[in-house]
Design a protein around this ligand. Sequence first.
Ligand code: ADP
Ligand code: MG
Length: 693
Amino acid sequence: MLYNKTMDLFGEVREIQGVGPKTSTALNKYGFFTVKDLIYYFPRSYEDYKKTTKITDLTPGKVMIKGKIKNLKTQYTRRRNFNITTGEIYDETGVVKAIWYNQPYRAKTFKEDKTYFFTGNFEFKYNKYQLTSPTTVMAEEIEETDHEDSGFQPIYPAKGSYKSIWFKRLFENLRNEIAKVPDLLPTVKTGTRADALFNIHFPNNFDDVESAKKYLAYEEIFELILASKLNKNENSKLKAEVLKFNAENTKELVGSLPFKLTNAQRLAAWDILKDLEKETPMNRLLQGDVGSGKTVVSALAIYQCFKSKKQAALLAPTAILATQHAKTLKTLLEPLGVKVELLISATKKKDELKKRIKNGEVDVVVGTHAIITDDTIFKDLAFAIIDEQHRFGVMQRQKLLLKTGDKSTAPWDAESRRLTAPHLLAMTATPIPRSLQLTIFGDLNVSTISELPKGRTPIKTKILNEIQMKDELYPVLNEKIKQREQIYWICKLIEETGRSEAANVKKEADKLKIKFPKAKVEFLHGKMKPDEKDEIMKRFSDGKIDILVSTTVVEVGVDVPNATQIVIMDAESFGLAQLHQLRGRVGRGTKPSSCFLITNGDTPPSKRLEELEKSTDGFHLAEVDLKLRGPGEIYGQLQHGAMNLKIASLTDTKTISKAQKDVSLFLQNKDNMLKYEELMREIKKYQQLTTLN
Ligand code: ADP
Ligand code: MG
């Protein structure tokens, strides 16, 4: 065996016994670089292979049978356009029919002389009992790695051609090493991690798994909290421009608004305006449901920056949204002498504009995130706002630092001996659940706009299947079109059919033109040129289009108050947060609005859609989403590289508060940072991702 004492967790995978050059290349492709990456690859589930049922004793429900299979056949049914594979599973007590739909390869994968475990649903169908779509595993494979003969076995998610059994064999080789993995955290008993990792890979029962998960969740949460605290410390070492609050100036802008600010807007603005006065850069998240009025709050902050004679930038995820923000800010701020400019790829005379930005002739630059990666240089950028993007990593912040001067390194403030950085405000309509605020986003200050402006009528949401559309959707829409209200029609990006996004949207638009002959139907998709998109959006915004067919490019932020209806095709293919965002495109005016979620097929709607039908509260939905899918799925980028979040449920507030205390203790001793090398190495990776700064 390669590792005799304690193993080098950061050794490369090819150093592991049984991993040759070819395998190591493949493993690298799947994101396994170090021994640690592999050891932290956890089973998807566990199966107790002692819990089998004899065929004579079967009762309906989920069952596991140990037996052989014969008479395998695959038939194609033309009428229903799919393949059916059948076979007969038998043991010493009897025979039962197994059936798989559209899995023709099944028939070829079995060996008739081998014994398998079949796990599936035993049910009465088409006048007969059958085992439906069982998953199978060869008995030999199970017995091969079953040391205690307990029958309790992990099942690893497959990676390409590396199936569960491959991982099992690999871990089998590392069994002794895993049992001796060195400690990671200072706050637990010696050997706790080794026990946990051993129990996750080689458990005898569910109790083993549970105790292992408990420790691993704690470890993960500890790391997240430590990373975010360190980020906070790092932020506090930076120097920002002091942008003084002035009540008169703020009143001037507030007084020019066509509406009264909501109380929630006032409170959020207050937090932000106070932050701007500080010497350390603001690192704040402004969260407020769609339509809660975040833009105007950002305008107040920008105005404060302007009054200190410094530049501000507002970054949006799409050109459409940037265009709209530029328009809004121009309306609000130009009468007060603020020079606002839009910088997107379609902007004409870009070089000239960039020169003016560099000379300080432009006060506010509105653009897409691309601004931070291109060669735009500011004279004195003191404040950056990032709209609708959760993750804004350290790297991006570094880039922003470079924007504040024509230098290759971030500007250095000699007097305070600190690097200078702009204040950062991130805005989002996808609220961050409380538990994530305490862990991953712990370094952020959060302000929440918890109320919508008065006079908004709640959006009605309805789930319909394609058949119901004729009676329950088309008449409604016809009526709305007559009243000159406008409609968004969202279709999914279908990539797998090979049809392009453009063709798909166009086809849908053509269908609608026939269905609604009196309506002006136009379409929009991501492949269009930016000015083409803007042109269509402008026409929609001006009320010249009745139905706008599009992909999710209208997802964020676009504000057309006269658009009151939104139809979302293939609703099941979108995530909860995304659906809520899309729905927020309507309900922005005073007229009642509706959202129609269209499902295909006749399967009952998912829990996700039902929740959406019941609630319009983004905060509630974010919590539901977290429960249903887990944080990794929701905050997609968290999964990149370092971020596991496989174990921590992040709804466990007890573990979170214990980890918070332990991290504080850990940080009190400066030596710890040097002593816990592996931990600090891990944290570095997390730090890149766990912050907005
Ligand atoms: P979001 O928070 O989703 O970014 P916006 O900033 O786009 O929302 O605001 C949505 C709409 O609400 C805009 O048309 C804006 O002018 C309007 N609005 C913002 N604040 C108020 C308010 N206090 N009263 C009435 N309307 C408001
Ligand atoms: Mg917005």
